[in-house]
Design a protein around this ligand. Structure first.
Ligand code: IPM
Ligand code: SF4
Length: 472
């Protein structure tokens, strides 16, 4: 019997295997940030322990930091303490930190891939649920809790039960103007936000093969939003081209050797997945979430559904989502007006995302009364966007252009949506209060968010360009 990619990576990392016990697996890379690490370091200190592999541990700050005026003291003293604690911990335990003013600072899931730290066949963990992003490289990457962060810091290993495996076969090609974000939202919409609980997914098929690495990261990033532990894409020429020459990737003869090894990282043809799903890509439209979890999503040319359209056991959930979102069933998605637009996050804060948004924005102005933010996922994305003239396009149109961080993806830093704000957001979560108390989030792709900023409501970006002033 052949093995799945997941099983191959797992087997390469098992350190101890005992009956009726979780396996102990080796961790190749441990990423840390300011929110989920302080208690873990406190635990180490109490036990008088060191960090086992500081050289395989990397820290950045992203969640609670401001994206403007970084030279000023923080308004939020708790956030400032978190950041201070991370600095001290990294210093005391010899861990490299990309601090606030580092050219390498950024969202943890954006910086590791862009530096070439994320590589096929590795195990990567982080005290953060969107660690699955790194799965785009054929890397087993998943989020862990703070006590596990401590365990990994101390031992560079983790106790884990093996997950079940699910193949997600995306058949056919993505229609023109439909993005990776729409692909993953459509999948979650069809199956629901808890469908894949307990599974590690492998995304496969023509539509996946056609995606760039950045698009693959968008897909894997949202694995947790369908309940999965992790999501993987087998590495191929696209992966190797992306990695070649990156700072932390081996060069010369060593590159040839790793390349040979990485090519083995495919599920065997006769591998047995616990479950397989076939998904037809040909009918996907640009997606817009209307509810309070990412699975409550429809195509741009649809209407907000009502409780009567769903199975009895889901009615209450739909009713409470409609009430929170202040939406009436039957409302056309294109009639939903927003007053805030957020382009950024580890889902869609990479350079390709900003390029796609800028294409829509170029030559237009943000509609009046709209607050629109573009927040690059890393300082390196920021710099590149400035060099390419994207920052100027955004600023000329009336967008705010920020320093890198999680920003309005979650209400943990000064970029908070106000009560009642309705946000078109390129992030990955739309739970109640996610972007600020009593604010309403609609998840979309970068080009859809950009178009909503210009028009003041959702539009089908496939019909862009729309002449300024038309139909507003
Ligand atoms: C704060 C952090 C622990 C959290 C996570 O685990 O995902 C955050 O990144 C999020 O996206 O909700
Ligand atoms: S950008 Fe959002 S989803 Fe990603 S790590 Fe930060 S808070 Fe979590």
């Amino acid at each position: 019997m052949g093995k799945t990619l997941y099983e191959k990576i797992w087997d390469r990392h098992v350190v101890v295997q005992q009956q009726a016990q979780p396996d102990i697996i080796y961790i190749d890379l441990h990423l840390i940030h300011e929110v989920t690490s302080p208690q873990a370091f406190d635990g180490l200190r109490l036990a008088n322990r060191k960090v086992r592999r500081p050289d395989r541990t990397l820290a950045t700050m992203d969640h609670s930091i401001p994206t403007t005026d970084r030279h000023l003291p923080f308004e939020d003293k708790i956030a400032e303490q978190q950041v201070e604690a991370l600095r001290q911990n990294c210093k005391d335990f010899g861990i490299e930190l990309f601090d606030l003013f580092s050219a390498r600072q950024g969202i943890v899931h954006i910086i590791a891939p862009e530096l070439g730290l994320t590589q096929p066949g590795q195990t990567i963990v982080c005290g953060d649920s969107h660690t699955a992003t790194h799965g785009a490289f054929g890397t087993l990457a998943f989020g862990i809790g703070t006590s596990e962060v401590e365990h990994v810091l101390a031992t560079q290993t983790l106790k884990q039960y093996k997950s079940k495996t699910m193949a997600i076969n995306f058949n056919g090609k993505l229609p023109i103007g439909v993005t990776a974000k729409d692909l993953i939202l459509a999948l979650i919409g069809k199956y629901g936000h808890d469908f894949a609980t307990g599974y590690v997914l492998e995304y496969r098929g023509e539509a996946i093969r056609d995606l760039t690495m950045e698009e693959r990261m968008t897909v894997c990033n949202m694995s947790i939003e369908i309940g999965a532990r992790a999501g993987l894409i087998a590495p191929d020429a696209t992966t190797f081209d992306y990695l070649k020459g990156k700072e932390y990737v081996p060069q010369g003869q060593e590159w040839e050797a790793v390349l040979e090894d990485w090519q083995l990282l495919q599920s065997d043809e006769d591998a047995d997945f616990d479950r397989a799903v076939e998904f037809d890509c040909s009918e996907i439209e640009p997606q817009v979430t209307w509810g309070t979890n990412p699975g409550l999503v429809v195509g741009i040319n649809s209407k907000v559904p009502g409780p009567s359209e769903v199975a009895e056991e889901k009615r209450q959930m739909i009713e409470s989502a409609l009430a929170y979102m202040d939406l009436e069933p039957g409302t056309a998605i294109t009639d939903i007006a927003v007053n805030t637009v957020f382009i950024g996050s580890c889902t869609n804060g990479r350079i390709q995302d900003l390029r796609e948004a800028a294409k829509v924005v170029a030559g237009y102005r943000v509609a009046s009364g709209i607050r629109a933010l573009v927040v690059p996922g890393s300082q390196s994305v920021k710099q590149q966007a400035e060099e390419e003239g994207l920052a100027e396009i955004f600023m000329d149109a009336g967008f705010e252009w920020r320093e890198a961080g999680c920003s309005m993806c979650l209400g943990m830093n000064p970029d908070i949506a106000k009560p009642g704000d309705r946000v078109a957001s390129t992030s990955n979560r739309n739970f109640e209060g996610r972007q600020g108390r009593d604010s309403k989030s609609h998840l979309v792709s970068p080009s859809m968010a950009a178009a909503a900023a210009i028009k003041g409501h959702f539009v089908d970006v496939r019909n862009w360009p729309i002449k300024v002033g038309e139909g507003v």
